[in-house]
Structures are given as structure tokens and as C-alpha cells.
Design a protein. Sequence first.
Length: 156
Amino acid sequence: MSSVRDHRGGPGVRDPVRGAEKPRKAAANTGGFSLVELVVAMLILTVGLLAMAGATAYVIRATTLSELDTKRAAAYQAALEEIRAMPFEDVGSGNVSVGPITASWTAVPAGATAQSTKEITVLIVGPGRYVGDPSVVYSPDVEETFTYRLIRRGDS
């Protein structure tokens, strides 16, 4: 009579009811995870999830600040477009808003060439980035000032 082997190559046992050969059962302590392995795996998973949560907060903050930068740039652009659309003689003071950002300007004749040049000071006010110690932070009231020189076009 030949010997019966189970799926692991060890000796098997014959099933008395069916007459078929069936493998021996594995020892109870060879499968699954130990409690220590489970705790270590959960610790690694927890550290990874906390790192992702911190990264998510950073990304949301950076996205919000970038959106405010874009709105501030749009307000500055809208102010300059409105100034450039006016006839040279009519450029004085005014303002325009883009969302929570306000751009206001004041024009004054520029020096010795006052007849053909105006110096325009544009003030942007609203929420944005505030550079302080030690990092860049959000502030609800940031003021930025830009100077723009407008030159009268020559008559053609």
C-alpha cells in the first residue's frame, strides 16, 4: 500500500466515510497575526493617517492663500484697465472691487512733465498674505501700494 501525502508533502489521513484521502489539519498556532504584529501595524497606520491629515491642512491653507493672491492680482488688473480706458485728462481717483478686495487709486501730475505724465498710486486692501515672523500668515486686512506712471499718448 502506498502512503498518502497531504498538500504540504506530509503524511495524510484516509477519510473512513468516503474512502478518499484527506490532508492533516495544520497546527492551530501557525496561521493569522499575533497581537504584537497587529498593534505595530495599527501604530504604523495611525502615524501615516496623521501625516496625511497634517498635509491636507497645509494644502487647504496654501490653496486659500493662492486664491486670495489671485483675487488681489485681479483687483489690481481691473484698476489698471479702468485707468487705461479713461481719457488722460479724466484720470483722477477712483476704486474698483473684486470680491472682498478693493483697489483704489489717486493720480497726481508727475514732476516737470506734468502736462504729459501722471503718477498713479494704487492701493489694494483686503484679505491676503501677511509676511511676519517667522512665516507667511493669513490676515483679513492687508494693504499693498503700487505706483503706476501714465504717459499721455502723442497726437497722431
